[in-house]
Structures are given as structure tokens and as C-alpha cells.
Design a protein around this ligand. Sequence first.
Ligand code: TXA
Ligand code: MG
Length: 315
Amino acid sequence: MSHSTKMLTAEDAGYDTAARLLQDGGLVAFPTETVYGLGGDARNDRAVARIFEAKGRPRFNPLIVHVPDVETARRYVAWPDAANRLASAFWPGPLTLVLPLKPDTGLSPLVTADLPTLAIRVPAHPVARQLLKRFDGPVAAPSANPSGRISPTEAAHVAAGLSGRIEAILDGGPCEVGVESTILGLTDGPTLLRPGGLPREVLEQALRQPLATHGQGDPLTAPGQMTSHYAPGAPMRLSVTDPAPGERLLGFGPIECTLNLSYAGDLTEAAANLFHHLHALDAQGDSPIAVSPIPQTGLGLAINDRLNRAAAPRD
Ligand code: TXA
Ligand code: MG
């Protein structure tokens, strides 16, 4: 299937077109504070099926549903006390909660890949919020990149990966956070399923308890935690202080390098630059990439998680 992909701007006419396309079962990429999402009506089987198709994403890997507020979220999922506490502290924002799916929600079963749980979040980006308000329905949205590739933090990244496969891209400029939402499972004890834009320490403080961590190879809970992901074309080596001749250095801190995630050594700035710099290195060529060590604290968990996947052996 081929479409010409419309570029929409974040103003009245753009929102109207985007909302109408979603209502008609079309696919619209839109900015969130984390990364751009590829949105479709979460109640429409055909729209959801087309999301998987456009990304080349395996059907067993479920999607996050985006809603405008807590009240709407509660229509879809069971709502324990912990969800209440976390949503009042961090929604809208870069936190996805995985909760038991309620019966008869009208959501397409493709969204959850038939799991008994649903991943749901309230994004903070004003353009995402405006679109959700105009569309007035649940929007299923994975990151708007071809499966296994680098996530998009600008409209141009989306266009480069998905042009011709989706109806429109709503341009809201670069994403502020730059890494995907933190995913927290709340079906048993609180479990960190994916480190992301909300630091683990902040969640632990709010919950006043340590989070369990999802282990590599644990079944079912996070089918999307496949190892090779976010991958640029070039091979990557991590935690490098002494790059080899011919290697391009993606640096962190006050050093000489090809591109610097944060000269000041600031992890928030590094997260915001991560996918932008990986896209830029990818566009530059195929010579190997070395990456400076990144501290494993705060947003460093999410950055290292994405870098580990980008550097993982590919099949
Ligand atoms: O920041 C974000 O979360 C972005 C923006 C667009 O909202 N979205 C995003 O979606 O990163 P995606 O599809 O790239 O990643 C969603 C992750 C996948 O790893 C998937 O396996 C996991 O969420 N997931 C979805 N539903 C789940 C569920 N019921 N239980 C466990 N993991 C789930
Ligand atoms: Mg993704």
C-alpha cells in the first residue's frame, strides 16, 4: 500500500486534518515529549493492524495507548492505589503504566497482542494533548520508526523512515526528553519494564519502595524488550575511552569527539541528544561508532539501555 504522506503543522487546520485522518482509520505520526509516536485509533482493528504493517513490527509486541487524562485511562484499566499515586505525581509525563485490562473496553485486541494487561500513558506534549482532545478517543502509538531502527525525535526522522506508509506527520519540532517513556508494571509488585524518561530513583522515591527490575529473558511481561533495537547501520562499541583509528566517537563530557551527547556531562541533555546524534551518525556513513562511558544513574539508565540495544548483535 502506498500513500503520499502529508506534513501537517501544529495549528488549527493541521489538528483538524490529523483528527479526521485518525477518525477515518488513518495513521498519523505526532510528537510527544519523549519521541514521535505513530498514532492510530486504538478501537479500530484495521488501523492498528496497519501500525504493525507500517513499522514492520511483529504482532506479538503490544502497543501503548495514549489518553488525555486519568479519568479516561480508568475506563480501560483496573486502578490500584499505586496507579493513583503515580498518575497524580507524573501524568501528564514520560511514564507508562502496565495495568490489568478491563473487559469490554472496545479496544482492538491487536493493541495488547491478546495480553490481559494494557500499557497506557498520558503524554505531556502540548501538540499530543491537543490532538488527543480533538480526536476524542484512545490512540495506540508505538515510536514512529521502522521496527528495530532508531526512534524519531524530529518530524524529519519520521519522514525518513515511514514516508509513503502513513497518512500524515504532525510536526511539533524536536522532542524535549528524547528517550521513550519509563514503563512500570503494576500487575504484581511495581516492576521496571523499561527504563525511560522518568528516572528510576524518582519513581522509587514516590512509591517509597525499591522497584523490581524486569530480567532479560523473562517471559511475556515486556515482549518488546527484544535485544537488537534502536540500531544504526554502523557497528557500535560502548564505554570506550580510547577510540580506535577510523572509529567515530559519540562523546559524553568535555572531550574531543565526532558528536557530543553533552559537553557538560549532563544526562538530561544527553538523553535529549541521543537519538538525534545516532540519526546524524547513521546519515553520515557506515564507519564504526565508539561511545563514551555514560554513568548508570538517573536518565543514564535509559540512555545505556538504548545504547546496549543499538550495540547488540544483529540477526
Ligand atoms: O515514550 C513512549 O513510550 C513512546 C511514545 C510514542 O509514547 N512509545 C513507545 O512505544 O516507545 P513502543 O511501541 O516503541 O514501545 C512500547 C513498549 C514495547 O516494548 C512493548 O513491548 C511494551 O511497551 N508494552 C506494550 N504493552 C505492554 C504490556 N501490556 N505489557 C508489557 N509491555 C508492554
Ligand atoms: Mg519503539
